[in-house]
Design a protein around this ligand. Sequence first.
Ligand code: NAD
Length: 428
Amino acid sequence: MSTGNYNPYHTAQKQFDSVAEKIGLEPAIREFLRQPMKEFHFTIPVKMDDGSTKIFNGYRVQHNDALGPAKGGIRFHPEETIDTVRALSLWMTWKCSLLGLPLGGGKGGVVCDPRLLSEREQERLCRGYVRNLFKNMGPGIDVPAPDVMTNAQHMLWMLDEYETITGGRYPGALTGKPVAMGGSLGRTEATGFGLIYMLREALREKGIKAEDTSAAIQGFGNVARHAALKYTELGGRVVVVSCWDNNDKKPYSFYKKDGLNIEELIAITDSFGTIDKEKAQELGIEILPGDAWIEQEVDILIPAALENQITIDNVNKISQKVKIIVEGANGPTSTEADQVLREKDIFVIPDFLANAGGVTCSYFEQVQSDSNYYWEKDEVMEKLDKKMTAAFKDVYALAEKDSLYMRDAAYIIAINRVAQAVKFRGWV
Ligand code: NAD
């Protein structure tokens, strides 16, 4: 979803170019890595329940697979664009590389609003997506996963279509499956919990106790909800969360000075992450405008809804109290706003490090599915914490050593690893 004139692909390329320049990447590798290797654009005809046929536009972009099969989510959104999918595929490559996973980067999307489709229509759409892509996906090629407005059921319909066409059982062809059907325990919590493992490490480095901090979170979907739960478990206080209200077509923030009860809030939130305003008020929660989350006097901001939410227009509304921003969403900060955050000396845990818990657990799911042996939840969470903490420490150490902004340090590590793989393979 590109909002306004913002083009996330240009942002992703600008970020890449600036790091490529800093590390003196050779021109051919630069040209190769600043754009996707392969793109698939297709139309998906879907028989609607009323007997009509509707045509949807689908995309799959495989940015780079030097380190391993492409990996990345499929998003369903009415304003999905190819440039958003391209940008996200680049970020997936850097994310997998940064976490030390043997995977490349990919992303997919369908221009549609699943909230307006019946369950059967969604199933036909998922199956149609795979009919277009099956020759170019699979455990050794490209492994999709859920993302914005897609879920475990969507993945299972897609897997079933893939297995029906290819005539075998390949549970490692897609991740984010229901647990009873080869999904990994812990996948639902992984991204949100991962954010907080990173935050925990950052607080430790800065000598701040979690129980002395408060946070404002944008979004209350899968990522935000689990981040909120884990953060309060560490003792932190979430004073604001926000969400998009599809009836009013605008966002709202939900505020409680002494801290929101996250479990209580989850109980009045639908599966798309929309909180019931009336029920919230009954619980004594104040409803504020959608952008109120950014101007709270808190220690920590966690944008975990959409891209391009911290921009040059609102970055100066961020309170001087804010010390750490944990980017839960992909690309939540525009390049210009990022420059302001650097100048303000706010410690930013960049998106492709902070929200890598999801893909790391997806990788664990693929490993379990491919070996047909499944781990206990504690084992998954322990491995996740270990991998994420190690990645944080790598980035933090480089940032400290060379006095770098965390985003730059993360990019340097990630891009260097992919460039090296490209060279090892003799591609460039
Ligand atoms: P989701 O669809 O479950 O939730 C999105 C939330 O954002 C909902 O609460 C929605 O109401 C809210 N929202 C939408 N527009 C908003 C607006 N303008 N203002 C305030 N709130 C708004 O999505 P998710 O899975 O939680 O993903 C959130 C972000 O994290 C996305 O950028 C996604 O790409 C990224 N991400 C997700 C995962 C994952 O495992 N789910 C992994 C990595 C990155």
